[in-house]
Each structure stands twice: as C-alpha cells, then as structure tokens.
Design a protein around this ligand. Structure first.
Ligand SMILES: Nc1ncnc2c1ncn2[C@@H]1O[C@H](COP(=O)(O)OP(=O)(O)OP(=O)(O)O)[C@@H](O)[C@H]1O
Ligand SMILES: [Mg+2]
Length: 595
C-alpha cells in the first residue's frame, strides 16, 4: 500500500482508542470539562452501565453557539494557546481531543448555552459527521448525551464488561472526582435510582464529603495531614494502621485537584507507612498535593493519570517524610486512646473481657481473679534468667504523676504476656513483647544508646554463604547498634561474640540465618533505606522480651515509661496494637453500675 494521510474520522477513532476505554472514560472526560467550565452542580445519568446512554449536565459557563462546531474538532481547545501555557497547566483538559474522540465512537449530541447568550444551541454528530447548529432550549450551561458507545467498533464493544461492572467503574470514578472538589455538587442516577449524591459543601465541611464517599469508618480512624514546604503543600487524611486494608482500594491522590494514580506518590506513602504496617497490608489515604503548576508536567499519560514532577526525588521525600512524621505522632498522650481502638471505647468494648463477663465460663467464676493474674504460677517461668532487663535501670522511685505518665502504673503481669496497669482513665493492657519490640526498634533506628549487650562465654560460629556474609557485614553497624558483636572468621564463617542482653541463648545461629534470609528475600521490593529498617525490625522482633519472662513491677513500669517516650508506640513493628485502654465508664457498663 502506498503511504497516505488518514481521514479525520479514522484519526479520531484512533485517538479515542487511547482515551476512551469504557463508559467511565466518557464520564471522566465530560465531567472534567464541566469542572473546567466552573460548574457548581454536575448531574450524570446513565443507562445500561453507561453503554446505552451517558448524559452529563452542568451549570458551567457554556459554549457560544458560534464555537460549538469548533469544540467538536480535533485539537480545538479554549484552555491553552501557547507553549508557556502548556508548561503551567491549571485546567483538567488541554489537548482538545476528548469531544471529537467520543463523538467518533458514539451517537453524540451537545446542547449548550453560554452565560452571556439568551438562547441555547445544539449539534449532533453521527458516524463522525457533525450536523447543523440549531437553536435549542437549555438554561446556562451544557448537556452532552452519548448514546450507544462503540456502536461502530464491534471489536471494542466486545471488551466491555457487564452493565453492573461498567456501572461500578463509573461510580468509583465519580467518587474520585467528588473527592477532588467538595465545592461542587455531584449526582449520579440510573433510572429512578440515585447511585451517588454529594451535595455542594461550603468551606470547612470537607470531612462530610469524605465521610459520604469513603465512609465514616475511615474518617474516625484517620489522621489529618497538612504540611507545606516552599511551593508544595500536602494535605488530606491518612488512615491509621488500624484502617489499613487488604487491597489498595482506599488510596486517593490528587495533584492540583486532578485525580491521579501516580506510582511515585503511592510509593512515597507506602514508604512512610513501612514501620507500622504488616507486610501485605495496604495503607488507606486521601491526599492532596498542591504544587506550583510549573513544577509538574500533566501531559505525561494518555489518560492524564500519571504526572511527572520536575524534581521527583524531592517530591518523593517531601511526601514520605510528611506521612512518616504524621504517623510518628501517634505515641501515647495523656487521655489518648490508641488509634486501633479509637471510637470503640464510647460504644462497645473491643476486648474479649467484655464478652467473658456475659458468656465465658471464666468470666465471673471464683477461680478467675488471683490465679490467672499472677504470672508466677506459669511453669514456663522456671529456669528463666532473672537478671533485670536493661530498660529497668531508671524504674525505681518514679513519681506517680498521672499527667506525666499516660500509661499509668503497672499492677501485674497476666499469663506472662500482658501487663495490667492503671491510669487516670481506668485500665491499661499492654502486650509486653509487641511494646518492647517497638521500643527497641525505634531505639536502634535513632541510635540513641546502643542496646545492652551480653558477652558470650563461648563464642558461636555460624556458617553462611559467602555473599550472605558479605551482605551481613555491610550492615555491621546496625547489628552492633542492636547489641551484636560480629566478626568474620573465614570467607563463609561468622563468629558471634556478644548478643543483645535479652536474646534467648539457644537459637542465636538460627536467628542470624533467619535475619539474613529475611532481609535478602524482600530486599528487591524496596528502595531507599528500606534494607536497614527491615534488618532493625527483624532484630527488634527477635530481641524483644519474650513471653513468659517474669517481670518485676519496676521493670514493667520502666517499659511503660519507655513506651511513652517512643514514637509510634501504639503499634508494634508489624502494625499490631501494643496497648489498649479500658475506661472506667466501660468497666461500669460491664458491671451494670449506675443503672
Ligand atoms: N461542559 C462544557 N462547558 C463549557 N465548555 C466546554 C464543555 N465541554 C467542552 N467545552 C469546550 O470545548 C472544548 C473542547 O473540549 P475537549 O474536552 O474536547 O477538549 P479540552 O477539554 O480542551 O482538552 P482535553 O482533550 O484534554 O479534554 C473545551 O476546550 C471547552 O472550551
Ligand atoms: Mg476536555
């Protein structure tokens, strides 16, 4: 075949192939146009998952009758006019492609009245050919109707999913758009059913829109973020570790009001969460990045879902640190509940204690109290070294100042696992291993005081692969900070002369191997300083005080005081809660007091 220039209709269809994937893409393009036109109220109506009909009506600025045909032409836009405009885009659209693309793959009609005009006009497009502009009735604003999507592209139509699936995509998409602008009302209907209704909010009620779209549950378990540095600002909400999910479906990013799924930004948040989430759990968040438009290129993805930052490294660090710092603020404060149980205290108790009172055989039985609370009865305590843990040093003679000690005073150890304490609000329960793990981890990470070390009478040798030993020794400083003294004996032999004071002696070789393998295994999945943190995390977990070790009251109190000083003390290194509060009011309710 000779080379030839394609006809316009075919060019439009090719362009549509990139941008118009499914009915939701049409909703996106049309609603973005409405937002660019300054609409305050946008109504979307669909039939058959948007395939039979998608209609978008807005009360924006409208299009003058004389420009209506132009609006449907390729590369015709009112939004930019020069390269300088392209370099600093402030509108959602700018390519002048959406309307001609959509019109080339559907039966299309537009009715619009410009704010300054006294009459509306309309144009229909069929098989890519625009008809005459004719007068019409319409209030100021625009309505666009798209019928029978892909009627002329059977191959594309075959790829569409069921009506329910396509409708779901539209709902998700409109939710995203509704989160991007709470000053605009959005409504989505199909037949007589309303699928989404987000009324316009006056300033300050942003959390209402958030609750409506992503649910009050998230709002209750999230932390507000607002942090600026020079030309960049990040604001919005990040879910506490307790709000983490199995999937990434509650992750919203908006860059200058544009919904994006940008890998750099998503990565930065994940990194900020790395210390507080189980592996495999996904953080949830709704975050807005406002940035000087000159510093971001939005013309980087066919559907404008990704952006390119002029200084991506800096943005990555900015976001990562803002998230990390916000999460670090979750250490116990006077009167504060751990986020894991936030809101629970005022409704029903999340603790098994509660149900035990009503149903459990141990609940009110006379045998419960003393024998269960005293750890001394546990046979596994026998033979455990009783040297005080290193963090017990400053324990004695602490003043019982309730405000300075939010976690209160230790009373007892339960089953060798939990510490029972009493504070101003009521009862505090601490998972001692999880809490100690967090304390150790943060300590190792900040290098404040190396962990206490125990010299081994007989040094232990560990055989490893040569490259594993190389990798281990590359992190020798971290091992040292954790309390290990290590040296290479031969290319594949390591000698361990000292270990963290709390480590059980039997399994040191196994521990070293575990840590080396664990760190190597997921090493490729992370970047930045992830490897070090993982090493510290594993070491902290393995070095933290183990269950069934008997603690004195002074030791328990020392741990409580250290938790109060430790960032992120609410969760252990795996994201599990480390402590919880049962308030007096809850206790009263359990025992039906005051009724
Ligand atoms: N709802 C609307 N209200 C007012 N003007 C509109 C509306 N929809 C489209 N227009 C006008 O039609 C033009 C073409 O729209 P189209 O979506 O094709 O291109 P664009 O928005 O400029 O760029 P992009 O292809 O990136 O979306 C717009 O530039 C705008 O002037
Ligand atoms: Mg557009």
């Amino acid at each position: 075949m000779p080379i030839r220039v394609l006809d316009h209709h075919l060019i439009d269809q090719i362009a549509a192939g990139e941008v118009i994937e499914r009915p939701a893409s049409i909703v996106k393009e049309l609603v973005e146009n409405s937002l660019d036109a300054g609409a305050q109220c946008i109504e979307v109506e669909i039939e058959a998952g948007g395939v039979r009909l998608t209609r978008v009506r807005d009360d924006g600025s409208g299009i003058p009758a004389g420009e209506l045909t132009l609006a449907l032409s390729r590369h015709a836009t009112s939004k930019i006019s020069s390269a300088a405009d392209l370099a600093a885009i402030t509108t959602l659209g700018f390519r002048g492609e959406a309307l001609p693309s959509i019109a080339s793959v559907s039966h299309f009609e537009i009715v619009s009245r410009h704010v300054d005009a006294d009459r509306a006009a309309s144009v229909s497009v069929d098989a890519g050919v625009a008809g005459e502009v004719i007068p019409a009735a319409h209030p100021p604003g625009t309505t666009i109707e798209v019928r029978e999507l892909f009627y002329n592209l059977p191959a594309r139509r075959k790829f569409l999913r069921s009506e329910v699936t396509e409708q779901g995509h539209i709902v998700r998409l409109l939710e995203r758009l509704a989160l991007s602008r709470d000053d605009v009302a959005f409504r989505l209907r199909t037949g007589s059913r309303t699928l989404l209704d987000a009324p316009r909010l006056q300033n300050g009620a942003a959390a209402d829109r958030l609750a409506r779209i992503v649910g009050g549950d998230f709002v209750e378990r999230s932390l507000e973020v607002d942090h600026s540095a020079g030309p960049v600002r990040i604001h919005g909400w990040i879910g506490t570790p307790a709000a983490a999910r199995a999937t990434s479906d509650l992750q919203f990013w908006f860059v200058n009001g544009r919904a994006v799924r940008d890998r750099l930004l998503m990565n930065a948040v994940r990194l900020g969460f790395r210390d507080v989430l189980y592996s495999g759990r996904q953080p949830s968040y709704v975050l807005y990045l406002d940035i000087d438009p000159v510093l971001v290129d939005v013309n980087a993805h066919p559907q404008k879902l990704e952006v390119r930052f002029r200084d991506s490294r800096q943005i990555h660090d900015f976001v990562f640190r803002a998230v990390e710092r916000r999460l670090a603020g979750t250490k116990p404060a006077p009167g504060a509940l751990p986020p894991a149980w936030h809101g629970a205290a005022t409704h029903t108790s999340p603790l098994p204690l509660h149900s035990a009172v009503h149903a459990g055989p141990v609940g009110l039985g006379g045998t419960w109290a003393l024998s269960e609370i005293s750890g001394a009865r546990d046979p596994s305590f026998e033979g455990v070294a009783d040297s005080p843990p290193p963090w017990a040093a400053a324990a004695d003679g602490m003043p019982a100042d309730a405000a300075a000690e939010p976690l209160g005073q230790a009373l007892a150890q339960i089953h060798g696992v939990y510490i029972l304490a009493q504070n101003e609000q009521g009862l505090v329960l601490v998972d001692m291993h999880a809490a100690h793990e967090r304390v150790l981890y943060e300590k190792m990470k900040s290098h404040t005081g190396a962990a206490a070390t125990q010299l081994l009478l007989a040094p232990i040798t560990v055989t490893l692969k040569v490259d594993e030993l190389d990798a281990l020794l590359a992190q020798r400083d971290q091992w040292q900070a954790a309390g290990f003294d290590l040296e290479r004996l031969s290319p594949d032999t390591l000698v361990v002369r000292a270990v963290p004071a709390l480590l059980p002696r039997e399994d040191i070789a196994a521990l070293v191997r575990d840590v080396v393998h664990g760190v190597a295994e997921d090493g490729a999945a992370h970047h930045l300083d992830g490897a070090t943190d993982r090493l510290l995390g594993t070491l902290a977990c393995r070095s933290a005080i183990h269950a069934h070790r008997r603690l004195s009251l002074a030791e328990m109190n020392a741990l409580l005081r250290q938790m109060e000083q430790t960032p992120r003390a609410d969760q252990c290194n795996h994201g599990r809660p480390t402590w919880t509060q049962v308030t007096l009011a809850e206790l009263d309710r359990m025992f039906l007091r005051g009724r």
